[in-house]
Design a protein around this ligand. Structure first.
Ligand SMILES: CC(=O)SCCNC(=O)CCNC(=O)[C@H](O)C(C)(C)COP(=O)(O)OP(=O)(O)OC[C@H]1O[C@@H](n2cnc3c(N)ncnc32)[C@H](O)[C@@H]1OP(=O)(O)O
Ligand SMILES: O=C([O-])CC(=O)C(=O)O
Length: 371
């Protein structure tokens, strides 16, 4: 029995949700390029959960259900006053809030397909409310109630800032949501599946997944990219900053990927949005720094950018606080987590791999006074 470090290349389950084959990403057989250009995030949620694109009435029904379930129990809003909200990371707050939401869901431990689907709707609907309420309460602002006449993407930006987004802001944010929605058996999705494969509840699965997404080797990389761009500060500093990191064998956040060999197909869409938005907001230096970093890292390390690299300058251009970048990833990826959780329940078997033991051989217990 020998271990594969990081389970690289191990096929751990079957799934009909998304696939990465020869660097092409598809959701239920639809190329991500096609979806990024044409689909709304609501359509993608439906696609991931039902394995087909919705017709008009199916989409209307889903949109209605998401709108109807967006408000938060007052206890969840009140709990933001129970800790030092300006001192905690929003991903820690989100992880706790989703766990807390489970306490106020009477169906939390109801284990049947219909109840699990209803809970999936509630979780997906409430995530934007949690993230935006947290972001406002920590600034001393009142949460903004969701509107039923806005798209999922526009509603998020509206609840965050209190202002309706422009068409280009809505388009960029919708595209980001579509691009982050699912990604085969990434670390957080695997975490969700391992958790619910014990037949634990859906809130536990999503809470566990948020914990896994938080780390900088996974979803946390988008915030780390923005930290790097802020530290670099100007195009002139890119060379010295990146070269020093590479010489020290430090990782450049937003580059590299376990599965893609030639590059992440999602990055080019975000790169394009980054160019447009940084131009519009009069901050082209964030795009200019990013392309210079990309040139250096690809030429010196042959590592292409991943989805987290250009999403940083896109979210920054939308005026979003940098520590909210990963929670936004969670708002989108929840659609994938929930699809995988429902798929796991439908065809469940406990996930329990083995470990290759590398500790000492058999030892005899020594009483404490003789050690
Ligand atoms: C949504 C997402 O989760 S996308 C990924 C987001 N994460 C990041 O952007 C963080 C930076 N990237 C990384 O840490 C890695 O590329 C990962 C975690 C994404 C993939 O990791 P793995 O497949 O385990 O590759 P691993 O970390 O073993 O790296 C292999 C080699 O490439 C190097 N390498 C990988 N990524 C980078 C990077 N971003 N910068 C510099 N070197 C890198 C490693 O140092 C290692 O070199 P070595 O063989 O000389 O020791
Ligand atoms: O698949 C992965 O390992 C990480 C990733 O790109 C994602 O989760 O979107």
């Amino acid at each position: 029995m020998s271990a594969t470090k990081g389970l690289e290349g191990i096929v751990a389950t079957t799934s009909s949700i998304s696939s990465i084959i020869d660097d092409t990403l598809t959701y239920v057989g639809y190329d991500i390029d096609d979806l990024a250009e044409n689909a709304t995030f609501e359509e993608v949620i439906y696609l991931l959960w039902h394995r087909s694109l919705p017709n008009k009435s199916q989409l209307e029904e889903l949109t209605k259900q998401l709108a109807e379930n967006a408000s938060l129990p007052k206890e969840v809003l009140e709990h933001f006053n129970m800790y030092q909200i300006d001192k905690v990371h929003p991903m820690a707050a989100l992880r706790s809030a989703i766990s807390l939401l489970g306490l106020y869901d009477e169906e939390a431990d109801e284990m049947n397909t219909e109840a699990n689907y209803r809970k999936a709707i509630r979780i997906q609907a409430k995530l934007p409310s949690v993230v935006t309420a947290f972001a406002r309460v920590r600034k001393g602002l009142e949460p903004v109630a969701p509107r039923t006449d806005l798209s999922f993407a526009a509603n998020f930006l509206y609840m965050l800032s209190g202002k309706e987004p422009t068409a280009i802001e809505e388009e960029a944010f919708n595209k980001a949501l579509v691009l982050h929605a699912d990604h085969e058996l990434n670390a957080s999705t695997f975490t969700a599946r391992v958790c619910v494969a014990t037949l634990s509840d859906i809130y536990s699965g999503v809470t566990a997944a948020i914990g896994a997404l938080k780390g900088p080797l996974h979803g946390g990389a988008n915030e780390a990219v923005m930290k790097m761009l802020t530290e670099i500060g100007s195009v002139e500093n890119v060379d010295s900053y990146i070269n020093a990191k590479l010489e020290n064998k430090e990782k450049i956040m937003g580059f590299g990927h376990r599965v893609y060999q030639q590059g992440d197909p999602r990055a080019k869409h975000l790169k394009e949005m980054s160019q447009k938005l940084t131009e519009i907001t009069g901050q082209p230096k964030y795009y200019d720094m990013s392309i210079k970093i990309e040139d250096l890292v690809t030429s010196q390390k042959h590592l292409p950018p991943n989805v987290d690299f250009y999403s940083a300058s896109v979210y920054h251009s939308l005026g979003i606080d940098h520590d909210l970048f990963t929670p936004i990833f969670a708002v989108s990826r929840a659609s994938g987590w929930l699809a995988h959780i429902l798929e796991q329940y439908e065809n469940n078997r406990l996930i329990r791999p083995r470990a290759e033991y590398t500790g000492p051989g058999m030892q005899k217990y020594v009483p404490i006074e003789k050690r």
